[in-house]
Design a protein around this ligand. Structure first.
Ligand code: ADP
Ligand code: MG
Length: 223
């Protein structure tokens, strides 16, 4: 039987897919300065494929849903992003294995697992001007927020804020890996598209979760 976290996960994923589609042109513009200008198209293509599969995932738990999203991303997307984002979702799903409800600590560990997967798959490190420069600070912020007693929405909000700052900070980095590394110093001043996508995904997830939690809180207090 489906639990609340699973239904919430599907709703959050739907919101992510829609926002990636809306951000397509912006992500392509960022990639035009650093790579081949296809990042928004690749992301939109892959997340539209995810969106088409969401109705079929309604019976699964969080782990199964994220696993399926990861498999779709890996199989549907060209470029660097499919395997990297796909691995991130697969690992986050694995970290949620066997859990019928997702705790704030689980959120932090799912993000940490996603980061470890991206590092293993792409062989890059934080500081190389990639999506890791958004994921890494997000993991640290999530862990700190969880230790300070934040709920799941609060942990994700802290992660999203750190990812956004991390994405902006890539302007100060020289690309060390991927297509952008060919431009060397000329990558300075430009924001990394993959890090920006991570930041968008976490922002939408945090906002969707906060919205989902808000009406229940209001109902409880009768306001
Ligand atoms: P491609 O480079 O194949 O055109 P995209 O344009 O979709 O792929 O994605 C580019 C993004 O991929 C970069 O902005 C960067 O964040 C990310 N990226 C590239 N190589 C790696 C890597 N080895 N590890 C992590 N992220 C990477
Ligand atoms: Mg590209």
């Amino acid at each position: 039987m489906q639990n609340g976290s699973a239904a919430q996960t599907i709703a959050v994923l739907g919101a992510i897919c829609d926002e990636i589609e809306r951000s397509k042109d912006y992500l392509c513009e960022l990639d035009a300065a650093l790579g081949d200008g296809d990042h928004g198209v690749s992301m939109a293509k892959s997340f539209n494929a995810v969106k088409a599969k969401l109705p079929d995932l309604a019976g699964g738990d969080v782990s199964a849903i994220l696993h399926s999203v990861g498999m779709t991303l890996i199989s549907e997307v060209g470029g660097a992003m499919g395997p990297l984002f796909g691995t991130a979702f697969l690992r986050a799903g694995k970290a949620a294995d066997g859990k019928s409800a997702i705790s704030p600590a689980d959120v932090a560990e799912m993000l940490a697992a996603a980061e470890a997967g991206v590092i293993q798959r792409g062989k890059a490190q934080p500081g190389d001007k990639t999506m890791l420069d958004a994921i890494h600070p997000a993991v640290e912020a999530a862990r700190q927020a969880e230790a300070a007693g934040a709920g799941t929405a609060g942990v994700l909000a802290a992660a999203a804020e750190a990812a956004q700052a991390g994405a902006v900070s890539t302007k100060e980095l020289v690309a060390k890996v991927g297509r952008a590394s060919r431009l060397g110093e000329r990558t300075l001043g430009h924001q990394d598209p993959g890090a920006t996508s991570v930041s968008i995904i976490l922002r939408v997830a945090a906002d969707a979760l906060a919205d989902a939690n808000a009406p229940a809180a209001n109902a409880d207090t009768g306001r």
